[in-house]
Design a protein around this ligand. Structure first.
Ligand SMILES: [Zn+2]
Length: 113
């Protein structure tokens, strides 16, 4: 099989991931957490099969442990804390209890972690 247009494959994969992500959010809001997990798993599968990275804005909201799509206020808790130049964000998946911490440096120049 010849892949003529890699860019197109990538675009389609990303589009599909975005659709799944939106469906996942709707599912969570409607109480279908099992479905949200299924969408999350599908999203990861699309990413792997097409060797396309999950967009950052989406990846942040997929639980690394149970693969569910996390929606703050529904099945996830998000806390932010400003510590000088650093903004700390803690996301907790309420389905499995997985905690993800990451931080941003608000102002550039002082290095990343
Ligand atoms: Zn989880």
């Amino acid at each position: 099989m010849v892949r003529r247009n890699r860019g197109a494959i990538r675009d389609i994969a990303i589009e599909r991931m975005e659709i799944l992500f939106k469906l996942g959010i709707e599912a969570v809001k409607n109480g279908y957490t099992d479905l949200a997990k299924r969408y999350g798993e599908l999203l990861i599968r699309i990413s792997m099969r097409n060797r396309v990275k999950i967009p950052k804005e989406i990846k942040r909201w997929i639980c690394k442990q149970c693969h569910t799509i996390m929606v703050p206020g529904f099945n996830a808790r998000v806390r932010t804390r400003r510590d000088g130049k650093v903004l700390r964000v803690v996301t907790k998946c309420l389905s499995c209890g997985w905690i993800h911490r990451y931080q941003f440096v608000v102002r550039r120049g002082s290095g990343r972690s």
